[in-house]
Design a binder for this molecule. Structure first.
Ligand SMILES: Nc1ncnc2c1ncn2[C@@H]1O[C@H](COP(=O)(O)OP(=O)(O)OP(=O)(O)O)[C@@H](O)[C@H]1O
Ligand SMILES: [Mg+2]
Length: 380
């Protein structure tokens, strides 16, 4: 049982700016928590502060009921797995995995049992006599994880452990890490800049930007209910499309005019969304967001009953990608690229036009200034 709590954790490498600012999080036992965000947003710094490899400038780190800000790394009960494996090149795989236990002066028989058990879980028993130089990237990564497992830590801290692997191996190791997490039942805190890795591995995801936590949520909630434009654009692949719109009140309905106030290209919204926009943003400019998978052709829109909600979105195809199960079409919209994922039967070629329909239930609207999701549901 272990709980890790970060209270207003800050990191300043210099006086001027924060690498991490006011990081608050309760990590529960057995969670698989992901820190995700673009390069330089403070993910590794936060992880290293938890590990004790970096001083905490301000705030409190609690592990169980102990304040740990000044606790030595080895006394925190964490095992760290790095991107570059950190294996001893002159030792066999067995000795690499046994090393931390030997230092602790654990009896030989017990070490032997632990190493073999971990090797079995990771399917590397046949490699125990080899040296790291004779292993593939994926095998090295497994040995590094094995060295962490034998120590039976309160939590694993992993910093981009898969980023040195090729795409196929990465996908495979992703599945194995999920399995490992279930089998070991240990808390994992995992850093990545890859949103796919975050979405597939995490039980909870912390999205960071410029040292500041943007949102903490389960993967599906992050996808369906992003707090702001940054999270909306970061989560999901290919990413959400954005464009400028003007809000026009029409009784209970709300019209979003694309691009300019007198544009004839428009989206009608009804119900709660229309109510909120009419009440708080009438006549304002906002940012509309829609995911490529929520854009349809006429037949599907008609089947869904929303074919009359989109007017005039006839676009010329700039790029076409046949992906087998679907076709991705790309258009220009207000100077940016807009993508739609349509049924593979769609035969529109580059240079030809296609009429598109947005699913109004899947439309997001962001405040032009704060970039907050206007429809964000607190606590969801
Ligand atoms: N030792 C250091 N001294 C000064 N600044 C540092 C130091 N380490 C990191 N930083 C700065 O702190 C910020 C956060 O860095 P950090 O390594 O935590 O980012 P990251 O999210 O892990 O990025 P990446 O995805 O590139 O690994 C960056 O602006 C970085 O330049
Ligand atoms: Mg990093």
């Amino acid at each position: 049982m272990s709980e890790i709590t970060l209270k207003n954790i800050c990191k300043q490498y210099d006086d001027e700016h924060y690498a991490v600012k006011d990081f608050n999080l309760d990590i529960h036992d057995k969670e698989f928590v992901i820190f995700v965000g673009p390069s330089g947003c403070g993910k590794s710094t936060t992880l290293r502060m938890i590990a004790g490899l970096e001083d905490i400038s301000d705030g409190e780190l609690w592990i169980d009921d102990e304040l740990c800000n000044y606790l030595e790394p080895r006394d925190r009960g964490m095992s760290m797995v790095f991107q570059n494996y950190a294996l001893y090149p002159n030792m066999t795989v067995y000795d690499n995995m046994a090393y931390a236990l030997k230092i602790r002066k654990m009896p030989k028989a017990e070490i032997d049992e632990k190493v073999h058990q971990a090797a079995k879980t990771l399917e590397i028993e046949h490699l125990l006599k080899r040296r790291p130089g004779a292993l593939s990237g994926g095998q090295k990564q497994r040995v590094a994880i094995g060295s962490a497992i034998v120590r039976k830590p309160k939590a694993f801290l992993m910093d981009e452990p898969l980023s040195n692997l090729d795409a196929k191996l990465r996908a495979q190791m992703r599945i194995e890490l999920s399995k490992l997490h279930r089998e070991l039942g240990t808390t994992i805190i995992y850093v990545t800049h890859d949103q796919t890795e975050a979405m597939t591995l995490g039980t909870r995801i912390v999205v960071m930007k410029d040292g500041i936590v943007q949102q903490v949520a389960e993967p599906q909630k992050l996808y369906n209910n992003p707090a702001n434009l940054f999270v909306a654009g970061f989560v999901g692949s290919p990413s959400m499309n954005f464009c400028d719109c003007y809000v026009e009140r029409e009784g209970d309905r709300c019209t979003l005019r694309l691009g300019s106030r007198d544009s004839e290209r428009k989206i009608y919204l009804d119900g709660v969304k229309a109510g909120m926009l009419n009440m708080f943003h009438a006549d304002e400019q906002v940012t509309l967001g829609i995911r490529p998978e929520d854009i349809y052709e006429y037949e599907e829109a008609a089947a869904g009953g929303f074919e009359k909600n989109t007017i005039g979105m006839v676009k010329k195809v700039e790029t076409r990608e046949m992906l087998g199960a679907e076709v991705a079409l790309y258009f220009e919209e207000q100077g940016s690229t807009f993508g739609a994922r349509l049924k593979p039967e769609n035969n529109t070629q580059v240079g030809e036009e296609v009429a598109l329909y947005f699913d109004p239930d899947k439309i997001y609207v962001f405040d032009k200034i704060t970039e907050e999701n206007i429809f964000y549901k607190e606590g969801m």
